[in-house]
Design a protein around this ligand. Structure first.
Ligand code: NAP
Length: 276
């Protein structure tokens, strides 16, 4: 990578953020398409400082991750209508000094599901009610899915269901939903707790589609169980690469090299799996 006086700066903000594979994915993409840019990980809680730095330096774009996706909105100049409707921003574009917030989690999830399941009229269960669940539930409902939300903390789950006009089922009764699509959005099963699975095995019926948005490990216990029971499975890398691809397009106006982005992320995760 050549860094010189024209190199543009991008990054991801989060706390913590050192585990993020976004720098690897975006720097690889910049290299492949020949854009003179570098993407760094900024571990910070100071969102006002981030907004000032973006304008002063300038930083052309940032990805926003846990726990900043909602609070960042207060520091932006404008919001894309989808980000405004969802109430969550995972991407900021610095357009001539104006900071504009976007949500690419929703479209990333839809692209990951595309070709795997027809959403219209499909009974879908979203497990979790955090930021990612909010984006995914909104997106699939827009596509005509019949969405039910379940969450460990009932009040948070029912509030999200009410806000989006979805159904709600208490956590202990999630198996009452006859779901054709299950989207798992909690951190349960993520490294290092790789033997955890938040969904009763009885729900994993042959032919249904199960997506786990955790991508570390690549094959969560949920996905391994689902596959062994004849479900169609979608891993978290798919959504991760597509949300990153949409960010890349917003920042550069260039088509993202999705195949290479996926390869480099999977390679890194496979190495991590091997060393765990
Ligand atoms: P978040 O806003 O903090 O929400 C976390 C959700 O998980 C909440 O619903 C929380 O329930 C639930 N939860 C946490 N610990 C739990 C436990 N032990 N048992 C049951 N439920 C539990 O986080 P987020 O931004 O939505 O991210 C959630 C996960 O998705 C993370 O693992 C993140 O890495 C992943 N993610 C992946 C992608 C991708 O592109 N693949 C994109 C975004 C996020 P309570 O309300 O009860 O606390």
């Amino acid at each position: 990578m050549k860094i010189d006086q024209h190199t543009q700066l991008y990054g991801v903000i989060g706390y913590p953020v050192r585990h993020s594979l976004s720098p690897l994915m975006h720097n690889t993409a910049f290299g492949v398409v020949g854009i003179n840019a570098v993407y760094l990980a900024f571990e910070t809680r100071d969102l006002e400082g981030v907004a000032n730095a973006m304008k002063a330096l300038p930083i052309k774009g940032i990805s926003v991750t846990i726990p900043h996706k909602i609070r960042i909105i207060d520091y932006l100049d404008d919001l894309h209508p989808l980000a405004s409707q969802i109430g969550s921003v995972n991407t900021v574009l610095n357009q001539d000094g104006r900071l504009i917030g976007y949500n690419t989690d929703a479209s990333g999830a839809l692209r990951a599901l595309k070709g795997k399941v027809r959403l219209e009229g499909t009974h879908s269960l979203i497990v979790g009610a955090g930021g990612a669940a909010r984006s995914i539930a909104f997106a699939i409902k827009e596509m005509g899915a019949i969405v039910t939300i379940t969450n460990r903390t009932a009040s948070r789950g029912s509030a999200l269901a009410k806000a989006l006009g979805c159904g709600f089922v208490p956590w202990e009764n999630m198996d009452h939903v006859d779901a054709e699509l299950i989207v798992q959005t909690t951190p349960v099963g993520m490294a290092p707790n790789v033997n955890a699975c938040p969904i009763p095995v009885s729900m994993l019926k042959p032919g249904i589609v199960v997506m786990d948005i955790i991508y570390n490990p690549l094959r969560t216990r949920l996905l391994r169980l689902a596959q062994s029971r004849g479900c169609q499975v979608i891993d978290g890398v798919s959504m991760f690469v597509h949300q990153g691809g949409e960010q890349f397009r917003l920042w550069t106006n260039v088509d993202p090299p999705l195949r290479v982005m996926e390869e480099v992320v999977k390679e890194a995760l496979e190495k991590q799996d091997g060393s765990n």
